[in-house]
Design a binder for this molecule. Structure first.
Ligand code: BDR
Ligand code: CA
Length: 304
């Protein structure tokens, strides 16, 4: 089993990605860390605990950054609802799984005490990961890879050119891309290529309890626009971990625009090598939509 840490801001698509990761026989989720993003830190942490209670999985949770490094916080409650996971009536969780340690210290401990190298899977703004790399640069030696959801090779969803996770904390994203750790970037573009339609989602209803829960969340995702197809962004990071062969990737140089008056927070993906820099990321440029959709529902079928 591949040991991973999921850094997340649940988030409806985060919730689905977490479900798939927790029930995969190939992944060993050692820790879940939370970061302010889709909604506030308190809400996303509460959501992570609600999900673990629902799944009956005892994975430790550590609370991370409540604000981006420099920018003022933004949120995506227009997409995920004011709770961050609107649509399902979860049971009240306890704080049993919540560590006293903050996310940075918990990641440090898990990474440095693990015999095998750890893969980081950030599916929210990169604030916690940037802090970890600045506070404990020695962790790099025991990080296998960072497989993240964020950025775009084309257009954005938080700005004309900027994807939400990057736009929420561009300085943190820049630190991560400059870290020299192997990075896989599953960005918006792949998310747009394999949409989940209501006809397919109907099968969730007679799959299992997770399927029913996910269906209820889907009804509220993006204000309930299931018909035009749902974007399962964060699941693409998990899909890459489990089935990398469904993706086309390019090794290239990626940087994050900090000061552009129109493009701040945009990932500059140098696909044509204009900047003459060494590649620092494997960027997903395409995905087989049918393979993704089949994988997505088959994975959810493995849940309880
Ligand atoms: C990303 O932004 C968030 O709203 C989603 O959870 C995902 O991580 C997509 O841009
Ligand atoms: Ca997310």
């Amino acid at each position: 089993k591949r040991p991973i840490i999921i850094d997340t801001d649940p988030g409806i698509d985060d919730a689905v990605a977490i479900a798939i990761a927790l029930y995969s026989e190939k992944l060993d989720v050692r820790l879940i860390t939370t970061v302010a993003g889709n909604v506030s830190l308190d809400k996303v942490t509460y959501n992570a605990l609600r999900l673990l209670k629902f799944f009956k999985k005892d994975i430790p949770v550590a609370k991370g950054a409540s604000r981006p490094l420099i920018k003022d916080p933004i949120d995506a409650s227009d997409i995920h609802g004011s709770t961050g996971m609107d649509g399902f009536d979860f049971e009240e969780p306890t704080d049993e799984l919540l560590l006293k340690e903050n996310a940075v210290n918990a990641m440090y401990r898990v990474i440095t005490t693990s015999k095998e190298k750890i893969t980081l899977v950030p599916i929210g703004p990169l604030t916690n990961i940037a802090l970890l790399l600045k506070v404990y640069p020695e962790v790099k030696e025991n990080i296998e890879e960072i497989v993240l959801m964020g950025g775009s090779t084309t257009r954005g969803n938080a700005g004309v050119m900027s994807e939400f996770n990057m736009f929420a904390d561009p300085e943190a994203a820049k630190i991560v891309f400059q870290s020299n750790i192997p990075i896989v970037m599953a960005g918006l573009d792949v998310g747009w290529k394999a949409l989940i339609y209501p006809e397919d989602s109907e099968q969730l209803l007679d799959m299992n309890e997770t399927g029913k829960m996910v269906y209820q969340l889907f009804k509220k995702y993006r204000g309930g626009s299931m018909k035009t197809g749902l974007k399962m962004y964060d699941s693409f990071a998990i899909a890459y971990l489990l089935e990398p062969n469904m993706f086309k990737t390019v090794d290239t140089f990626v940087d994050v625009e900090l000061s552009g008056t129109l493009t701040a927070g945009c990932t500059v993906v140098d696909l044509k090598g204009y900047l003459g820099k060494q590649s620092n990321a494997k960027v997903c440029t395409d995905v087989d939509a049918q393979m993704f959709t089949d994988w997505f529902f088959n994975s959810l079928r493995k849940c309880n």
